[in-house]
Design a protein around this ligand. Structure first.
Ligand code: 1GP
Length: 252
């Protein structure tokens, strides 16, 4: 529970936590260490590490580099059962509760569980809710499931509550990496109002104002990925962090 408690403490102290997604397929070796250090200086609270394919990369080496350059936690955000590695601090044990594909609800988990136990990393059970966000996202395509329609916040809220009753410790509202549109504020509000566990919101968040709106509507953790693949945007990380840390910063 170490990392889960860490996240809860950040939410208590700062109002919400800011995690940045590192995709080993998309972040070159030369950029990784400077980027991670820059994130830490900019008040980011931790990293999610993972990708949908992991074609050109070695997760273990990647995670070792991340861990050697920061004291912030590295949490695996697995795109497949192969993405389990003891160099991480924790893993989001994701069940795609918005879908009806048994493989992604429980099947892959049976294969992954013994390896996670062996690795010693902390599993954090997470109800993963895919949300319609424009053109088909990789997450929707890879999961072989339908996302929740974006104008149906009540479906997302009921799904999240069911996930909490099943024992899940986090709810992840996912528009998908590079989504045309982020998860709607009304849906963030409906879900956060329904559950008592922290709600993560990610996908298609490209400016601090949008991140702030999600927090104002009840999100506890914000994730961005894509936007910082462009080095020219790195100078905005601090602004994102300030917008998200709603208890600490006045944001105009
Ligand atoms: C994807 O929520 C994350 O799972 C991040 O999305 O890359 O669009 O910021 P972006």
């Amino acid at each position: 529970m170490k990392i889960y408690n860490y996240l809860q403490n950040i939410v208590r102290e700062k109002g919400a936590a800011y995690l940045i997604l590192l995709d080993p397929d998309k972040l070159s070796e030369e950029k990784l260490i400077p980027f991670v250090k820059h994130c830490e200086k900019s008040d980011v609270d931790g990293f999610l590490v993972g990708g949908s394919l992991m074609i050109n990369s070695n997760l273990e080496l990647f995670l070792e580099k991340v861990k050697s350059s920061t004291s912030l936690p590295a949490i695996i955000f697995p795109g497949s059962v192969n993405q389990i590695c003891s160099a991480a601090d924790a893993i989001l044990f994701l069940s795609v509760v918005s879908g009806r594909n048994a493989e992604h609800l429980i099947g892959k988990h049976v294969l992954a569980a013994p390896t996670i136990k062996q690795s010693g990393i902390e599993p954090i059970s997470t109800g993963y809710i895919l949300v319609e966000s424009g053109s088909t996202t990789t997450a929707v395509y890879m999961s072989g499931s339908l996302p929740v329609p974006r104008n149906k916040p009540e479906i997302a809220a009921s799904t999240a509550l069911a996930a909490e009753y099943l024992g899940m410790k986090l709810i992840y509202l996912e528009a998908g990496s590079g989504a045309d549109q982020p998860v709607p504020n009304e849906m963030v509000k409906a879900v956060s109002g329904q559950v008592s566990v922290p709600v993560i919101v990610g996908g298609g968040i490209r400016n601090p104002q949008t991140a702030r709106e999600k927090v104002e509507n009840g999100a506890s953790i914000i994730v961005t990925g894509n936007f910082f693949e462009n080095e020219n945007n790195w100078n905005l990380i601090k602004e994102f962090a300030s917008a998200i840390h709603i208890k600490q910063n006045i944001f105009v």
